[in-house]
Design a protein around this ligand. Sequence first.
Ligand code: SAM
Length: 353
Amino acid sequence: MIKGVRSTPNLASLSPNKASANDALLLVNQALAAMDENPNTSPVSGAHVTVLLDQAVQALAVKADGVYVDGTFGRGGHSRKILEKLGERGRLIAFDKDLQAIESSKAIKDTRFFMVHSHFAGMQVRLAEMGIHKVDGILLDLGISSPQIDEPARGFSFRFDAPLDMRMDQTRGQTAAEFIAGTTEQQLAEVIKNYGEERFAKQIARAIIAERNDGRPITTTGQLTKVVASAVTRFEPGQNPATRTFQALRIHVNQELEELSLTMPQCLALLSPQGRLAVISFHSLEDRMVKQFIRAQVNRDDLPANFPVRAADLPQPKLRAVGKSIKPSPQEIKANPRSRSAVMRVAERTATA
Ligand SMILES: C[S@@+](CC[C@H](N)C(=O)[O-])C[C@H]1O[C@@H](n2cnc3c(N)ncnc32)[C@H](O)[C@@H]1O
């Protein structure tokens, strides 16, 4: 356990009697508040402008005494708004795999709020450890936060020359530089093509591996940007030629699509009837995955015409899509250009087991 970070509390040990999950959570929070005092950690600064703030919290249709999950705390814009809507007995459990996000969460002094340092694919297990098996709403605001991309040392951006890290969770896993050092040209080309939707993926992979094999390992964002630029002959106006390669490596290093595909079935299992799932995606690969998952749960009777089955035996939908996908308004995009590619999809859990 990292000092000052709330490990998953075990409610059973703290609330052996018949207290409700909400009461037990309150006890745990009080115990953890004391552990959170860590004089060696300074508050982390950094601005993140929350995308679709009102729309996302509205989509969750927050019930005052409900239990909610913010799977991507970031700097807590959505979390704070959810807390505003919760009553005394409501609870919010937030997850983030980035330690700086965890640090920043300590500014929220609210006994209804719990922060867990974990990838969101660990959600069901971590919640079960807290005695929580059902929740009333889950929000996922995918991708990276502005503080992550704007801090050169994180290695997410081609705007700075810095070590090529790109891990959201710097306590584990391979950095982008380590991945490049050990990969094959073919695997690298696949990553860049599949996750960056980059048409020059083969040329870029060839250039990167040639550089590496010539005794110049790619260890910085600056080096990577230069090598990619040398291999890309045409790119979208106003876009850095390395944009898609950086996106691809970030998605690969953080296993972003695997995380999402492991997490959506958990959301389905965790949501109580009428519980809401809201997912904000920032690129088409994620959005497609979310759309297909929701569609598959909405159209469970999608059987061939004349399939011999009685209407009563047809599998019933587990989700109901709530409205159409929601995008930021032109005003929001003007105020926060980073919101421009956001798409939110919302679904509600039906009563089907
Ligand atoms: C777009 S930001 C969220 C911003 C947040 N909604 C706010 O208003 O401040 C995404 C955050 O989710 C975290 N994150 C992304 N993928 C994650 C995952 N698989 N598990 C846990 N945290 C993740 C990132 O570290 C980042 O802090």
